[in-house]
Design a protein around this ligand. Sequence first.
Ligand SMILES: NC(=O)c1ccc[n+]([C@@H]2O[C@H](COP(=O)([O-])OP(=O)(O)OC[C@H]3O[C@@H](n4cnc5c(N)ncnc54)[C@H](O)[C@@H]3O)[C@@H](O)[C@H]2O)c1
Length: 385
Amino acid sequence: MGRAGLPLAAVMAESGIEVVGFDIDEKKVAQINSGENPIGEEPGLEVLVKKHAGQNLKAVSNIGGAKDCTAYVVIVPLFLDGEFKPDFSILDDAFTKVASVLKEGDLVVLETTVPPGTTENRVCKILESESGLTAGADFHLACSPERIMTGYSISRFSEFPKIVGGLTRECTEAVFKFYSIFSKPKTVSDTTTAELVKVAEGVYRDVNIAVANELYTVSNELGVDFFEVREAARHKYCDLHEPGVVGGHCIPVYSRFLMNEHEVPLTKTARLLNDDMAQYYAKKMMQITASGKVAVVGLSYRPGVRETRHTQSHLLIRALRKEGFEVYGRDPIFTPVETEKYFNVPYAENLAEMNGILLSHGIPGLRMQLRELSSRILDVKNFLD
Ligand SMILES: NC(=O)c1ccc[n+]([C@@H]2O[C@H](COP(=O)([O-])OP(=O)(O)OC[C@H]3O[C@@H](n4cnc5c(N)ncnc54)[C@H](O)[C@@H]3O)[C@@H](O)[C@H]2O)c1
C-alpha cells in the first residue's frame, strides 16, 4: 500500500473490485481503513480512499485477511544494496506470504519493476515451493510492470496502456481479463517481455540523458549555450533530453538491473557518465566561486516529490564538499529540520548570503529571488532561461 500500490488499489476499488490492501505498516493500514490517504501529493487519491475505505477497499496487516481473494498483485519496493545489486528480501517475503494463502485458480501478478526474468526464475519458484501448487497449471502467474509516476499515479491508468504478460498463454488471458476491469491492458508474449518493457523505458531515458550531458560538456568547451542548441536542434527526428544528474528510484536503478546481468557497454557508460556529472557541476561551480558557501537548491529528485532517499542532491552535496565548499540546502518541500536530517546540510535561509547556488531543478516559488542572484547560479535545467 505504498506510493505505487495504494493508487492501484484505489483505481481497482473505483472500478467495482473488492480490494484487500495488505501492508506490514500497521499505521498505514489504520489510516486507509479510516478513509485517510497516507500518501500526500497524489491528485485524485484522497477522494478515492475516502469513498471506498471500509467498503471496496479494506486494508489488513495480516495476510490471513486476504485469504479469500482470487487475485494477488504485488507491488513492494526493490532496493539496490551498496554494490548496486538488487536486494530481493522484501519481494521474497511478500511472495512467501502470498503463497501461504494461494489457492487453485488464483491469479498472481508482479507489478514491481524487476530485473527481466524475475517472475519466471524467482517468483515462480517461491510460490510453487511455498504453496505446493504449480504455476500455469494450478494457478496463473503474470507480470504487469507499474507505469506510474509520483504525482500522476491515478491519471496514468487511463493514459498509459498497462502491459501484461503471463507465464503461459492461459496466464496471459487471465491477467488480461482481470486488468481489463480497471485499465487498458496490452498483452505481450510472456512475463520476461513485460519486465523488459519497463526496464527498457528507463534505460532509454538514462542513455539519452547521457547524450545530453555529453553535448552539454561539449557546448561548454565550445563556449556555446547547450540549451540554445537543444531548442534549435529539435524536430521530428531529434529531441534531446535535459542534461543533469539523474535521481529517482527508477531510471538509475533500471540501468543497474541490466548492468548486473548482461554485457551492456552503452548502458554502463551512460549510467557512470550521468553519475559523474555531479563532479562536473561541482568543478563548474569553481568558475562562479573558488570557495565559500554554496547552496544546492532543489533537493528532491523532481520538483514537488517528497522523496529523500533516491535524490541526486546527495551526489551533488558530496561532490561540492569534495571541492572544499561549505554546502547548504534548500527546497520548499523540506523544512529546515528535514533538510538537516535527510540531507545532512544546514538550511540556506538567506540565499543572498551564498557565494554560489547550484539550482538542481526549477522552483517556481523562488524564481523572482533567484533571478536577482543569477550571476552566481549554476542552473542545471535552464530554469531561469
Ligand atoms: N512511487 C513511484 O513513483 C514509483 C514509480 C515507478 C515505479 N514504482 C514502483 O513501485 C515499487 C514500490 O514503490 P513505492 O514507491 O510504492 O514504495 P513505497 O516505499 O512508497 O511503499 C512500499 C510499501 O510496501 C510496504 N512493505 C514493505 N515491506 C513489505 C512486505 N514485506 N510485505 C508487504 N508490504 C511491505 C511498505 O510498508 C510500504 O507501504 C517500486 O519498486 C517501483 O517498481 C514506484
